[in-house]
Design a protein around this ligand. Structure first.
Ligand SMILES: CC(=O)SCCNC(=O)CCNC(=O)[C@H](O)C(C)(C)COP(=O)(O)OP(=O)(O)OC[C@H]1O[C@@H](n2cnc3c(N)ncnc32)[C@H](O)[C@@H]1OP(=O)(O)O
Length: 204
C-alpha cells in the first residue's frame, strides 16, 4: 500500500506497460532509477540493463516492479526478483481509490477502484479505470484490463486476464489462467484456462 512505496523504483520490463507504470510513478513523486529489459528498449532517460544479474549490488534499497503486461512473464520475473532477495514495490496511482488488501508487486493504475473487503494478490495489474468491487478476490499475477469491472464478491483465479471493459457479474468465478475477451459480460463461472467472449460470454 502507499506506505510501502519508496522513492526509487527499478522497472523490470521497458515496453508499453512500463511506460504507463513510469507515468503513474511520476505522478506519485516516485523516481524510476533504472529499467531491466534484454531487448534494450530506447527512449528511457535512465540506465537500461539487460538482466537482473547485471545490477549486481546496485539499487539495494530500490523497490522493484515487474512492469510487464503478460501474466506468465510477470510471474516469472517476480520469481527472479524473489531469488535475488530484492524488494517488490506496490504502486498505487494517485487517482486510484484502493482498500488496503493488496499484495507485493501489485500495480493499480489511474482512476482504478478496489473496494472494501476486496483481496488483490501479488503481482496483479488493476489497469486504468478498472473496478474491483467489494469482497472480490483477485489471484496472483492476474490482470484486470482497462475499464473492466468485477462486481461484488466475484473471484478471479491466478494468472487470469479480464479483458478491457469486460464485466464479471457478482459472485461469478473466473478460473486460473482463463481469458475473458474485451467487452464480454461473464454471467456464469469460467473454467480454468478457458477463453470466453461475448455477451453473455461463451467459450470460444
Ligand atoms: C493497456 C492495455 O492495452 S491492456 C491489454 C488488455 N487486453 C485485452 O483487453 C485484450 C483481450 N483479448 C481479447 O479480447 C482477444 O480478442 C481474445 C483473447 C478474446 C481472443 O484472441 P484470439 O484467440 O487471438 O482470437 P481471434 O482474434 O483469432 O478471434 C477469434 C474469434 O473471436 C472473436 N473475438 C475476438 N475477441 C473477441 C471479443 N473480445 N469479443 C467478441 N468476440 C471476439 C473474433 O471476431 C473471432 O471470431 P470469428 O472466428 O467469428 O472470426
Amino acid at each position: 500500500m502507499p506506505d510501502a512505496q519508496i522513492a526509487g523504483l527499478v522497472l523490470v520490463g521497458g515496453g508499453g506497460h512500463a511506460r504507463s507504470i513510469a507515468d503513474v510513478a511520476a505522478r506519485r513523486g516516485l523516481r524510476v532509477l533504472a529499467v531491466v529489459d534484454p531487448s534494450g528498449p530506447e527512449g528511457w532517460d535512465v540506465p537500461v540493463f539487460a538482466s537482473l544479474a547485471d545490477l549486481a549490488e546496485s539499487f539495494a534499497t530500490a523497490s522493484f516492479v515487474v512492469a510487464i503486461g503478460d501474466n506468465a512473464v510477470r510471474a516469472r520475473e517476480a520469481a527472479a526478483i524473489d531469488s535475488q532477495g530484492r524488494t517488490h514495490g506496490v504502486l498505487v496511482a494517485a487517482t486510484a481509490t484502493v482498500a488496503p488488501q493488496v499484495g507485493d508487486g501489485t500495480q493499480i493504475l489511474e482512476h482504478a477502484h478496489v473496494g472494501p473487503g476486496a483481496r488483490v494478490g501479488r503481482g496483479v495489474i488493476v489497469n486504468t479505470s478498472a473496478v474491483v468491487e467489494h469482497d472480490v478476490v483477485v489471484g496472483d499475477y492476474a490482470h484486470v484490463a482497462p475499464g473492466a469491472t468485477l462486481l461484488g464478491a466475484a473471484q478471479v483465479g491466478s494468472g487470469a486476464l479480464i479483458g478491457a471493459r469486460a464485466v464479471v457479474l457478482p459472485s461469478v468465478n473466473v478460473g486460473a489462467g482463463a481469458v475473458v475477451g474485451a467487452g464480454s459480460v461473464v454471467v456464469r463461472d469460467v473454467p480454468p484456462g478457458a477463453v470466453v467472449t461475448g455477451v453473455p460470454a461463451r467459450r470460444q
